[in-house]
Design a protein around this ligand. Structure first.
Ligand code: DX5
Ligand code: ZN
Length: 220
């Protein structure tokens, strides 16, 4: 059994070879596929939507981990669930009633994740911690792949890990942004167990599969 999970961030891949990129991750032992949905409003960039997720679903059996960086996520949850999401993560900054949103995600048959921007204090998630299946700590400002890891987020992961333990919550604690062989161990030691990686996998000089493997052995 793996002691942590790796979730390649597919928006950093070469879309002209989408199925091959996904298969390479899968055969190298990636655990989930992370899809970053950006709407040009909650964050400046626009990426992909439900049609892309449907295509990923046809290309893999890996669980699809959908990170919604969109305003008004409540209006879109059923569309993303139907497209094939296994987990849907929403930003606390985008939700008017986070607990209700979590319940809606679960009622659609998905696991529910909650996340927060680097500037948002961990306490913003306090109410949601006992309900969420996953907590995602952003270790870059959401919007683009390839940014530098923010070491200030190590303490945030430690704090959330302590709170989850105190609640005896089995929730995953995921980190997204700037994860590579040198930064992953810092966040693993802080208590995270799922690692999203874009550039460290899809721009790895020796190829995608080698990129996944380099992360896998980074903490041994
Ligand atoms: C950032 C996205 C990330 C990003 C990660 O807004 O949520 O998932 O693609 O890319 P890297 O690993 O290159 O920082
Ligand atoms: Zn993401």
């Amino acid at each position: 059994m793996n002691k942590f999970l790796i979730a390649p961030s597919i928006i950093a891949s070469d879309f002209t070879h989408l199925a091959d990129e996904i298969t390479a991750c899968e055969s190298a032992g990636a655990d989930w596929l992370h899809v970053d949905v950006m709407d040009g409003h909650f964050v400046p960039a626009i990426t992909v939507g439900p049609l892309f997720i449907e295509a990923c679903k046809r290309a893999t059996k890996l669980p699809l981990d959908i990170h919604l960086m969109i305003s008004n996520p409540d209006q879109q949850l059923d569309v993303f669930a139907k497209a094939g999401a296994n987990n849907i993560t929403v930003h606390v900054e985008a939700c008017s009633n986070l607990l209700k949103t979590i319940e809606k995600i679960k009622s659609l048959g998905c696991t529910a994740g909650v996340t927060l921007n680097p500037i948002t204090p961990a306490s913003a998630l306090d109410e949601a911690l006992s309900l969420a299946d996953l907590v995602l700590v952003m270790s870059v400002v959401p919007g683009y792949s390839g940014q530098a890891f923010m070491p200030e987020m190590i303490g945030k992961v430690e704090g959330i890990r302590n709170k989850l333990n105190a609640l005896r919550s089995p929730a995953h604690l995921e980190v997204d942004g700037g994860m590579a062989a040198d930064t992953l161990p810092l966040m693993h030691n802080a208590g995270a167990d799922v690692f999203v990686a874009g550039n460290a996998i899809f721009k790895f000089p020796q190829g995608v599969a080698a990129g996944v493997r380099a992360l896998r052995v980074s903490n041994v």
